[in-house]
Design a protein around this ligand. Structure first.
Ligand code: IMP
Ligand code: MG
Length: 182
């Protein structure tokens, strides 16, 4: 898949599902709640790349207490818009999590495979505590029994793009969440 022109790019944007303003409000509220919950404790936000980098950047700035950020990359293999079920950790976290309360920051929980793998791996390293926040939750698609502690938006079973989420590496730059159209 290669998209070169803005016409081709916009052709696949079906409709805006969550506006930039709605995302902004929800992120601000989540940042406030996190600041209250973790105040006084060493907090490490672990961003799962690449999808969560936009959410992480905004969430991090909505948090008013001291916190650190770390990055981990997980690749779930896709054929078009369907996950094939294979999850691979392609870049590991630099920090030793045993010194931190960990908050995993994810873009979307779809089948649940990626997060359940990442969660298992990080928990085994003995963090002081571990929780998960996701921007989006698609509960109808779940194949693995895994839920985030907090989901900002629950959406129906439709492939979405924007605000960090991609289709074939495109569309991460949209400031809103939109439905993808073939
Ligand atoms: P999982 O199926 O819960 O393991 O989700 C794996 C990854 O697939 C997520 O972290 C996203 O990067 C990607 N993904 C799942 N659903 C969507 C979608 O609707 N749009 C874009 N990416 C998605
Ligand atoms: Mg992705």
């Amino acid at each position: 898949m290669e998209i070169k022109s803005v016409n081709e790019f916009e052709k696949h944007i079906n409709r805006v599902l969550i506006t930039a303003e709605e995302i902004g409000e929800a992120v601000k509220k989540a940042g406030k709640e996190i600041s209250e919950e973790w105040d006084g404790r060493p907090l490490l936000l672990v961003s799962i790349l690449k999808g969560s980098f936009v959410f992480l950047a905004d969430l991090n700035r909505a948090i008013t207490v001291p916190c650190e950020v770390g990055f981990m990359a997980a690749k779930s293999y896709f054929e078009g818009t369907e996950s094939t079920g294979t999850v691979q950790i392609t870049m590991d976290l630099a920090q030793d999590v045993s010194r931190y309360h960990v908050l995993i920051v994810e873009d979307i929980v779809d089948t649940g495979r990626t997060l359940s793998e990442v969660y298992k791996i990080l928990k085994a390293r003995g963090p002081l505590s571990i929780k998960v926040i996701t921007l989006l939750d698609k509960p109808d698609r779940r194949l693995v029994d895994f839920d985030a502690d907090k989901a900002l938006f629950t959406i129906p079973d439709h492939f979405v793009i924007g605000y960090g989420l991609d289709l074939g590496e495109y569309y991460r730059n949209l400031p809103y969440i939109a439905e993808y159209k073939e």
